[in-house]
Design a protein around this ligand. Structure first.
Ligand SMILES: NC(=O)c1ccc[n+]([C@@H]2O[C@H](COP(=O)([O-])OP(=O)(O)OC[C@H]3O[C@@H](n4cnc5c(N)ncnc54)[C@H](OP(=O)(O)O)[C@@H]3O)[C@@H](O)[C@H]2O)c1
Length: 347
């Protein structure tokens, strides 16, 4: 395993970090009623996956208060306790922003403090290594100076001040911003001054890591590193779904509402992945397991980009965890290979 530093913090992230979303099991959005979690999660399988990750050098665990409404944080802490893991050897990231409980907005400073305390309790820790604001929609329902409920209250300045206070109090070591548009990042970063940015990045979706893109400019200017979720695109980049018989997910599995699991998309990806297997499968030392080979190529491609510190695939059991660790033992990807893959997936 290789490790990359978050500038100015002394925190070193394993290049392959493990996403903890699946650990939370199923839960549903309180606003839309849609599933926002994962079905059929088995705690013994998760424990075996966490152990495999630790054995393979993973020290970076990406969690959030909304994952299973706290269950994912509690499960991670349970795994560490059962495995006798010392807290200070691990980098625990968690987030606030999507779970609003009974607050008028999740970025209300008192709610941020509530959730921070709850995450500390769930994770059985005194501090969070990387604490993210989970999205960049800071404007929403809130109170104006006269106490009237308005729809366009801007929480960014007060949320940023609250985060700074949490750092000062020793509850947070590094500040993170997760967001879903470049515009949201560009607005939040100069105010919040995070050290870590997080969003999706993979062979099919590279807007946030693209060489020469606006995000690169932003990260270089503000000295931020990037954590990439979705490196395997929830299994799509592993060629595990049959285009002629697209998956039907269990009730409670968030993927049921994703549009990408359709025959045309899966067929198009399969054609490209056949070429990937052809190019990388015959290299000396290539993984013999075809899924591990694709997992490694997908994660190492993301890691070959400037400013990316860690890619965080999810897992639900030991087999998947081991497979996703293949990238950590394979050599770093050359720019030549990275460019070839970029061309292949361009359209
Ligand atoms: N900041 C944000 O807003 C945000 C958003 C999304 C995710 N994240 C973070 O990023 C992490 C990763 O999320 P993600 O969207 O990439 O989803 P993911 O966690 O990679 O998707 C997990 C699913 O991918 C499949 N999978 C993973 N590895 C596999 C393997 N080796 N073989 C076969 N199947 C495999 C499994 O599917 P099956 O269930 O079919 O076995 C598993 O349930 C999350 O856990 C979370 O920490 C953050």
């Amino acid at each position: 395993m290789r490790y990359r530093e978050i500038p100015g913090t002394g925190i070193k992230l394993s290049e392959i970090g493990f996403g903890c979303w699946t650990m939370g099991g199923p839960n549903w959005s309180t606003s839309s009623g849609q599933p926002i979690g994962w079905a059929d999660v088995n705690d013994a399988d998760v424990l075996a996956g966490v152990k495999a990750g630790l054995d393979g050098g993973v020290n970076h665990w990406d969690n959030a208060d909304i994952y299973g409404n706290g269950r994912a944080e509690r499960t991670l802490a349970d795994c560490f306790r059962k495995l006798g893991i010392k807290r200070e050897t691990q980098v625990i990231a968690t987030k606030v922003g999507h779970f609003k409980g009974t607050a008028v907005h999740a970025f209300d400073p008192r709610h941020i403090r509530n959730q921070c305390e709850q995450s500390l309790r769930n994770l059985r820790t005194e501090y969070i290594d990387v604490y993210y604001f989970h999205h960049g929609s800071y404007v929403g329902a809130g109170y104006d100076a006269q106490g009237n409920l308005v729809g366009d209250h801007d929480y960014l300045p007060e949320a940023a001040a609250t985060m700074r206070a949490l750092v000062k109090e020793g509850k947070v070591r590094a500040v993170g911003q997760s967001a879903y548009t470049v515009e949201d990042f560009e607005r939040a970063v100069p105010v919040l001054k995070p050290q870590v940015l997080q969003n999706k990045a993979n062979l099919r979706y590279d807007e946030f890591i693209r060489p020469g893109g606006r995000m690169q400019e932003l990260m270089t200017r503000h000295n931020c590193v990037f954590v990439a979720f979705g490196p395997l695109d929830q299994g799509i980049l592993l060629d595990k779904f049959d285009p002629e018989n697209p998956p039907k997910f269990e009730e409670g599995d968030y993927r049921g509402s994703r549009k990408d699991f359709n025959p045309d998309t899966l067929r198009g990806v399969r054609e490209k992945l056949a070429k990937v297997r052809q190019r990388f499968g015959s290299l000396p030392g290539a993984a013999s397991d075809p899924v591990a080979l694709l997992s490694s190529v997908a994660s190492r491609w993301v890691l070959s980009h400037a400013n990316v510190a860690s890619a965080i695939p999810g897992f639900r059991n030991e087999r998947q965890a081991r497979c996703n660790l293949q990238a950590a033992s394979d050599p770093a990807m050359s720019q030549d290979d990275a460019g070839w893959l970029r061309e292949l997936f361009r359209n």
